[in-house]
Design a protein around this ligand. Sequence first.
Ligand code: GLU
Length: 304
Amino acid sequence: MDLQKVLNDIKDEVLAANLGGHLPTYIPELEHIDPDKFGMHLQTLDGRSFAFGDSSEKFSIQSISKVFTLVQAFRFKGSELWKRVGVEPSGDPFNSLQQLEFENGIPRNPLINAGALVTADILVSELKNPKLDFLEFVRELTGSREVFYNEKVAYSELECSHRNAAMVNLMKSFGNIQNDVNLVLDFYCHACSIEMSCAELANAFLVFSNHGIIPHNNKEVLSVSYTKRINSIMHVCGFYDEVGMFSYRVGLPGKSGVGGGIVAIHPTDYSVAVWSPELNTKGNSEKGMMALELLTTKTGYSIF
Ligand code: GLU
């Protein structure tokens, strides 16, 4: 199959659909992004890559970072992790507080804000230099040193992090946060502020298509069984309260972020990242969802 032609057709069809959407307003720095940016990068495990548009331009990965914090926390804690955070879809918006109160400060899963605040707390405890060590981990997965925090975005979010602060305090009151809440929030907002391009994200996620081994240096990050678990969590928890619709339309595990990025993986063959900043009401990229739906529809390369 001519995958470059498939990607070119996807670009044309998505642009012709005139989807619209909105930029997130609650993180002031993200409001200034050009809404017309649109790029996609597909990376196969056998070393081929296909791309279009703004696929090499960096953007704010936001909640996509929750997969990286989850992987590191899971490596440190193993199945003990599941005493502090669940693996069920939340069915609620990503920043909801309600469920946390009813469920005694144990977040439904590690890919909503509350769950990622718990994995952030674990990394603040376990890593010697949490922000630096975490960034090094993401760089290693990506195979590039050109991955950085955007301090402006991190502080812009920290200043407006009232809901996340409420969550972390509520969880602390239940005994599910061990560190100072400001340290945890600072780490969390920095992780969200990491900037990567579609090409970099697709490379970083290829480890989940390769049974936990980083393809470019053959290093084992996760066992086969742990990789299965991370992929399952992405599949049932990766798209806020739109996870069912994403699975129905696309049929791949993945994760989205309010920066407009979506990354998805096929567990044995490829990873793909798409970026377009305009979001739907659930917080997922409008064009990104359509592009990925077209990819698996045209190629048949979903997990089903
Ligand atoms: N930094 C964002 C927040 O905590 C991430 C949200 C997202 O990408 O889903 O609200």
